[in-house]
Design a protein around this ligand. Structure first.
Ligand SMILES: [Zn+2]
Length: 295
């Protein structure tokens, strides 16, 4: 069976966050690991200069294809050493270096000037963009009108939008909550939309309502590696009871964000072995992502 990781990231210390934020992240993760990793080891995990760690992780875990998602934090914080355009370009180049294995989205904060024009330019210049990644916890609602031109570009090129879909510490207002999506989903009934993490903990119930109410909404279970098998099965059962199948659910690691606790291999192995029928696992681990991301 092909395994697709429908939600991962690629980090380097000169992109995503400015240097002082990177220092904070490295110190925090060393502390959060409970002494398992020191700061140098954390740097090795999170700063993957040439993408070789990502490929190695995929090989170890038996992941055939990975979708990497660039996140634009440059409006919330200072710009990183390289700006969001260059970051997206590097993501695109990494995907080109590993054709058929790594696929990339384009990440942009909708509040940037000429955001839709920039996105459309990337689609034509890079030639391998598979979707749009937005991250509302940086301080915007995905239903604000400022986002619409980006969604229209996705509709024009038949590309999905993937948005962060759970609680977040970046903002007092929880812009990752499902309630902020309803207006835009009403305005864009044909747009393929991925609600990442499926609400994880706090917004799980409302995320099931989203899947139920909007035919075009899908979700990924990245982050769920922090749950027990019982809780995963329980939440998947709630989805199945409400929408009649698990056809809209995709596997994801959110790598390397969870790597200090659970790496990709044990997470893939758990989902391969979990007590679900084989045809359901085939959809979660492979077929749905193939269709939604067009990979
Ligand atoms: Zn993520």
């Amino acid at each position: 069976m092909t395994i697709i990781d429908a939600h991962a990231h690629w980090y380097r210390m000169d992109m995503i966050w400015p240097p002082e934020m990177w220092d904070f992240i490295i110190t925090s993760f060393a502390t959060l690991s409970g002494g398992k990793y020191n700061e140098e080891e954390i740097k090795d995990i999170y700063c993957d200069a040439d993408g070789s760690r990502l490929i190695r992780t995929m090989e170890e875990a038996g992941i055939d294809k990975t979708v990497i998602l660039p996140v634009d934090f440059g409006v919330l914080y200072d710009e990183p050493v390289i700006d969001f355009w260059e970051m997206n370009k590097r993501y695109s180049e990494l995907a080109k270096k590993y054709p058929g294995r790594i696929f990339t989205y384009f990440g942009i904060d909708p509040r940037r000037e000429n955001a839709a024009y920039t996105f459309e330019r990337a689609i034509s210049e890079f030639g391998n963009i598979k979707g749009l990644k937005i991250y509302p916890p940086t301080g915007f609602s995905p239903s604000e009108e400022i986002c619409d031109p980006l969604y229209e570009v996705c509709e024009k090129y038949d590309l999905p939008v993937l948005s962060h879909g759970c609680e977040s510490a970046y903002n007092e207002i929880q812009y990752g909550a499902p309630e902020f999506l309803r207006d835009m989903l009403k305005r864009h009934p044909k747009l393929r939309f991925v609600y990442a993490h499926l609400g994880w903990n706090e917004f799980f119930t409302e995320s099931v309502d989203l899947l139920k109410d909007y035919e075009n909404v899908y979700g990924d279970i990245s982050g769920w590696q922090s749950f027990s098998d019982e809780q995963i099965l329980e939440q998947l059962a709630v989805i199945e009871q409400n929408i009649g199948s698990l056809d809209k659910v995709m596997f994801g690691t959110d790598a390397p964000n969870f790597d200090v606790w659970t790496q990709a291999k044990p997470w893939v192995d758990r989902m391969k072995a979990i007590a679900l029928p084989d045809d359901v696992k085939r959809k979660i681990l492979w077929k749905t992502a193939e269709k939604v991301h067009g990979i």
